[in-house]
Each structure stands twice: as C-alpha cells, then as structure tokens.
Ligand binder design. Structure first.
Ligand code: 13P
Ligand code: SF4
Length: 305
C-alpha cells in the first residue's frame, strides 16, 4: 500500500528523532503535521529545549536562525531557505551607533523579527508576546526599539514613563491594512470583535477590542464569550482559531492578509529536508555567540514575575 505524504513524514521523523516546529502563518496542512505550532516566542523556547536530534523549522529565516543560535547541539533545517521576513532587514546600523552616542544608558531592544547580525548590535530581543513586559522591566530610561516602528509605538504607548525612540521598519503585510477596511468589516459583521496584531498601524489598533501576538489572539478568542471576530493578522492563524473554536465565526480583514514567504513552506519540502537533511541553517560561531546574548536575555526576562 502506498503511503501518503503525511505518513511518510511521520515515519522519517521517528526514524531520525526529528521534531517539526511550525509558526501559525504556514499553510494549514503543515500546521497539521507539526509537533509544535506557536508564535515566535513559544517556538524559540521549544527550539532551545528540545531533545530531538533534528529540528525542521517551518517558518521564515529569522525563526530557524534563532533556533540554530539557541541550540547549537542540534541540526536545524528549513523547508525553504528563501522564506524570509522583509522587516527583519529594516534597520540602519549607523542609526544604532548614533543612538548609542546620544544616550549613555541606551538599551537597543530588538524584535526577534531581525537578522542574526542585527541582533548582535542589540541588548535584548523581544517578541510581540513579551515586548511590553521586558521593556517595562529594563533598568534603562532610553530605549531604541528596532526594527518595527509599529510594535515600537505600541510598546511606547504602554510605557509612557520611558523615552522610546522608534525605527522606521514595518511589516508589509500588517502595515498595508487600513482603518477603512476595519470599519467596512465591522459594518458587515456588526457585533464581531476586532482582534489585531501590534504590527498593524495605530489607526487599526485604535479600532481594536484586543491587541496581541498570534498566540495572544488565539488565547483571547478561546476564552472570550463573543461568537464572531474580525482577525487583524495573517490568515494562517484562522486554522488554529477554527480548530479551537468550531462553534465561532472568524472573518478575514478586507481581502485577507497573506505573508507570501510563510506559504513557501509545503509538505513536499518538509519531507525533502527531513529525508535529505538539506537546507541546514548555519551561523558562524562568532555570530552565534554574539546573537545568542540578547536572545537568552529575552528568554530569562520574559520568565520573570
Ligand atoms: P508572533 O510573534 O505574534 O507569532 O508574530 C510573528 C510575526 O511574524 C508577525 O508578523
Ligand atoms: Fe515578517 Fe510580516 Fe511575514 Fe511576519 S507577516 S514574517 S513580520 S513579513
């Protein structure tokens, strides 16, 4: 009897003591076969702790790179090494140097959606799930938040007592949505709550019933009493939202939100890298040691009370 691709993946995974990690934005069928599905904070924690020999990371490059940095003992492969996050590159290194000159006590806070090189210029990493908590607890008064200007502005609004300097990076997927689209969706679905990711602009966040990371949005919808929601983040999260809440209705915002790079990940490519162990994520030892510091600091600070 011929095996399905999912059965083949399962078989090779067991033979190789491999683990499959997937972000909520990859295609539904990939989320379905993954051992762990989550937001970027959760996946970084899983990658650091796993005892599997081989990590197959289904997501974009900064995610696989962070896994390789945090767990050098393990081999990390990605189904498609060209799957990248546009925002991860939107930092001008000269500007970091200027900010360090300007403020003696500056902390450069780096969203995990960034390259390993950019992380080496930073004091601490954050994700959208822990950014407010970590920045609030830093001893520094002056913060340069990179690369995402939208997440940075949201964090700054929650912590008015600190001077948070913003960078002009943005997510092309989240930043493209407009408040008009939200108002139109609300008019079409009166009574639906609007849940939004902080990578969206202020105009959208001002319309929100809840603002949070992909996991935050999923947890909110599971615990909340409403039956209908408009979702202001990438369409991939609808898979988990519908799975956890089959009785509720979820609407995409406007024509939907698509991170094309996340959709580069397919089951065929997962099987291929599992079988052949190609597409290994490699980081030079020097880069790994330096970029690990802000990542480990994030993991430690995010756990603090
Ligand atoms: P989360 O950390 O909320 O999963 O978001 C990652 C991301 O890339 C959002 O665009
Ligand atoms: Fe990057 Fe935006 Fe895609 Fe998230 S949705 S991975 S921030 S490009």
């Amino acid at each position: 009897m011929t095996m399905t691709i999912k059965e083949k993946i399962e078989k090779v995974k067991k033979e190789k003591n491999a683990v499959i990690l997937a972000h909520y934005y990859v295609p539904d069928e990939v989320q379905e076969i993954a051992d762990y599905v989550g937001d970027s904070y959760y996946l970084a924690k899983v990658a650091q702790k796993t005892e599997a020999d081989l990590i197959v990371f289904c997501g974009v490059s900064f995610m696989g790179e962070s896994a390789a940095i945090l767990n050098p003992e393990k081999k990390v492969v990605m189904p498609d090494l060209t799957a990248d996050c546009a925002m991860a590159h939107m930092v001008n290194l000269d500007k970091i140097a200027q900010m360090r000159q300007k403020y003696d006590d500056l902390a450069v806070v780096c969203y995990i959606n960034s390259t390993a090189e950019i992380k080496t210029y930073s004091d601490v990493c954050v994700t959208s799930a822990n950014a407010v908590k970590i920045v609030k607890n830093l001893p520094n008064q002056n913060i340069f938040f990179i690369p995402d200007g939208n997440l940075g502005r949201y964090v700054a609004e929650q912590i008015p007592e600190k001077n948070i300097v913003l960078n002009d990076g943005y997510c092309p997927v989240h930043a493209a949505k407009t408040a008009d689209e939200v108002r139109k969706a609300k008019a079409e679905h009166p009574g639906a709550k609007f849940l939004v990711h902080p990578e969206c602009t202020k105009a959208l966040l001002d319309e929100a019933d809840y603002i949070g990371s992909t996991s935050g949005i999923i947890d909110f919808a599971a615990k909340d009493e409403a039956m209908e929601y408009i979702i202001g983040t990438e369409d991939g999260v609808l898979y988990e939202l519908k799975k956890q809440n089959p009785q509720k209705t979820f609407h995409q915002l406007g024509g939907g939100m698509l991170c094309a790079d996340m959709k580069f990940v397919t089951l065929d490519k997962v099987l291929d890298v599992l079988e052949n162990e190609t597409n290994e994520v490699t980081v030079t030892e020097e880069l790994r040691r330096q970029s690990m510091i802000p990542l480990q600091r994030m993991l430690a600070l995010a756990e603090q009370k």
